[in-house]
Design a protein around this ligand. Sequence first.
Ligand SMILES: [Zn+2]
Length: 138
Amino acid sequence: MSRARVPFWDPEGSRHGGLPTYPWRMAPPHLATKRQLAADGLRPGGQPVCAQVMWRTRSHGGRAAGVPATIGVAYLYDRALAKPKREPTAAQREAIAKALRARRICPECQVERDYCVPRRYGVCLDCHERPERPGGGS
Ligand SMILES: [Zn+2]
């Protein structure tokens, strides 16, 4: 009898250490690797690994304990339990905006520029290029 055996197909986790195991690219769509979550602006959010994908590799296998170097492993997380990536709070955003605004205001002419005042001049480019700066000698 011939059985088309798909390597690593083990949704029950009976052969691969208790974790449901799928061949690369054959995992259910609601599961994703950390990298895939990150691409969607998500993070695992403290949930345990709920499955893994395995594939044959020559280059970068053996990352998990007890897994031969010829097998690559990636852990999968449930998208439903994933959380949005940490974003700055409103207060933090406000503080950042304020700091940026302060850096755009020229201490000499008090004009808010659409760029940050270059630190090495200490004034905006207009003030820097103005041939005679007020109070600048006779
Ligand atoms: Zn200026």
